[in-house]
Each structure stands twice: as structure tokens, then as C-alpha cells.
Write a protein that binds this ligand. Sequence first.
Ligand SMILES: [Zn+2]
Length: 475
Amino acid sequence: MAEISNGFASAANKSRSDKSNASEKLAHLPLFLKHQQPEFEKIFEAVDAMPLDDTHCHLVTDRDAITTPKRFLERISLAGYAFPAYFPDGVYEQWLNSDEGAKQALNRKYDIQSKVDAMTYDLSQSIFIKFLTKEMAQFFNCEPRLEAVIEARNARGRENYWGYVNDLFRDVNLENIIHDTGYMEGVGKAEIDAFEKGIEPCRAHRIARIEAIQEELFGLDITFEEFEARYTTRLLDIMDGDGNFGKKSVGMKSYLLPDIGLIRPLYDRTLAANSWEDLRRSHSVRAKMDREASANVTKDLCRYTFTLTLEECLKRDLPMQIHTGDGEAPYVILRNQDPFFLEEVVRFDKDNMMRMPKIIPLHAGYPSVGKAAWLSHLYPNCYFELSIMTPFVHQSLYERYKQVLEAVPISKVLYASDNYHLPELFWISGRWGKRYLSQALADYVIGGSLTFDEATEAASMILHKNNRALYKLDP
Ligand SMILES: [Zn+2]
């Protein structure tokens, strides 16, 4: 098989069914990982062919079907995500959609182009991007330069973007995804349906965000009793009916942690009602408050809706995903995202009894991976989810997976990508997830802690079995 200059075996046109010769089986590996340890190669061959379930991710739309290298960097990076926040409200979007003349005028006023160029340059200088470029070059069988990769990607986008997305899904063998409908960038049911259709035969399941229900109701001039009744009706429609854009929710998600830090469940309706009245009184000034003061206004109200929602999850034995760790600065308060701040909701004490609902702290608690792992080690009802760390830690995932597995039982580890904006995150997470999990498991086999069969069983649990059991999906 021809080797091309990016350090990979060329495999752009391989088919999954044709895996007859040895080099074909290792086509998803860079050269430095080939022919190193027979244990690793054997495990990798088995793992690479396994089905994959993504337990936390977000939809892809066709708005990124055609892109530029700069825009691609911005859309794929957690730091790039935030560009609009560095200019007055709405200005960055206006700049993006302007003609040359209007762009120049905005540049003179806000210095947008040079700021964006400087930020994008730094994004391009991450090892994550340099490595991703090589992986994509191997997929497209093109030169390993970002410009060449984007050109090849745009060609697929022009021809049939959903066909391209589907190829990415099949390349890593994605069979189930659970996507969070709380991050939509202004789109709705039609775009969700197009996405779910585009990735078939991968099965798409949805979870809904507490904050999305609150957003529908927080601006209304109604009494607390009316708010509570409407919140509950919406929640039950989402969990039992088709209230999540026409489908049922297989669990719920909360984004409360970055706003308030330590989440203590709240059962006291009086405190929640006071918080509702504070919110009604502050409508006109809330936009001008700083982010901590603003979060403080709704703190008790949000603790209350969180508690109501977790009760409903508990009744149905469905999990709640909770945003933990991760970035999304400058929108969120980074110091609040400590995984240990979830201990009270993991316990969910009431009347001196720990009720222990199923809790999934998200994003591996990254960068506090050890704390998230330890919480999951100690509390039987607390799971461990691998996204953000996968794929952004790239090659070092090998060590990180071992850090997780030293503390968390295999039966509680869930693979996820947290894909947003671009479908390449689904793909590179799957590719690296399988590769570096194989590498970590090979260490256990070589060291004698796991047999080969135990290692491949561990991989199938982490990559899909645990997810299916937890959400009661078809095995
Ligand atoms: Zn997410």
C-alpha cells in the first residue's frame, strides 16, 4: 500500500468490509503506532471495528458545508467559539455577514479583522489542529496542509454535505448518538430532523436542557404558581410526550453549575417564589448586571427547577447530564465548574436519605479529570463521560484514559465527543477515542492486569454497551 508524506498509510478509498490484509486493518493508525507492540495491534483491530455510541453531543447543520481555513479553526476550537463575545453585542455577526465596504467600516471602528487574525493564528498553532490536519489529509488522500484539507472538504460539501457527514459517521462506526437540543444556534425542528436523517442508519436520541425550558418562561410576567405549573407541564411533555422538538427526551441536561458553583437541591417553594419575584423585578436591568449578580438573582429559582427535574429523572430511572469542567469562557464562570460541586446532587438527600439519581458529570470534568474520576469512584450512581477531553487532549488521551480507569469502574465510563458545529469532531473523537483507548488497554494486557478478552470487553462497554444499558436503548 502506498504511503503518503503525512505519516499515514493511504486509506481514503478503503471499505470497512475489505479488511483482509494486515496493513488494511491498521489503516486508521499513524506509522509511529504501527508494528510497535503486537498486543496493541491486536486490541486495536478489535476495537476499531466496534460500534460506537456518543452519549453527549450537539447537532450539525449545513451552515458549515462550505468553509474557509480560518472559519474552520474558529468553529472547531473552544477558544474560537467565543469570538463574538470580544466585541459589542451583535457586532461580530454583523461583520461576518457584511460586504467588503461595511466590513472595512466595522474594522475601522472595532479593529475586528486584525483581532480575529491574531486569535485565529494562535488557534492554528495548536498541536490538536496540526494533528487533525494530518488525520483529515489521510481521510481525503490529500496533502497534509490545512488549506488542502479544507479544499477537499469543500468539494464534498458542494457535492453532498450530508453524504460527507455520513461517511465520517460510518468511518468510526457510530451507531447511536444522544444529542442535547439545548445548543441550537437559532435553528429548530427542521434542522434537527435533517441532521438525524443525514446520519442514518446511526440512531439519534435526544436530551433536553432545563435552561431551554426556563428560557421560554423566565421573561413572562406571570405568578410563581403559574410559572411552576407551566414548567412542570413542559417538563412532562419533554420526558413523556414529544416535547423535545417532536420527540421524547431520553434523559435531561443541566447547565447550572457554571452559573452558581456548588448546587444544593432546593425543596423550599417560598425561597423559589422569592427568587421568581426578584427576577420579575429585575427584568429591565438584568442585561446590564455582571454575570455573577445576574446568576444570583435566579440562583434559588434554578436550584428549585433543577430539583423538580431531577425528581422526575429519578422516578423514571433516567440519567441527568450535568455540565462540568470544560471551557466556554468568557460566557461561563470557570471557577464554578469543579466536579466536587456536584456531590450534593449526586447524593440528592431528602429526609436523611440519599436517593442517588443517575448523574453524568460531563466533559470528563476536564481539566479536573482526577476529581471527576474520584467522584465516580466513590458514588455508585455517578458516571464518567469522556467528551471534550476526547478529542482535544489528542495523543495524550492514552495517559488520560489510564488516569480515568485507575479510579472509575469500567461499567461506568461512557464515550462521548461533545460534537458541536462541525462533524469532524464526531469523527476525530471516534478515531482517537478508539486508538488511544486501545493503547491504554494494551498497557494493562502487557502488565498482566487484564487478559486480552477482558480488555476488548472493557472497550465495548466504554464505547457502546454502558450507554445502551444506562439509557435503556436497544442492545
Ligand atoms: Zn455539550
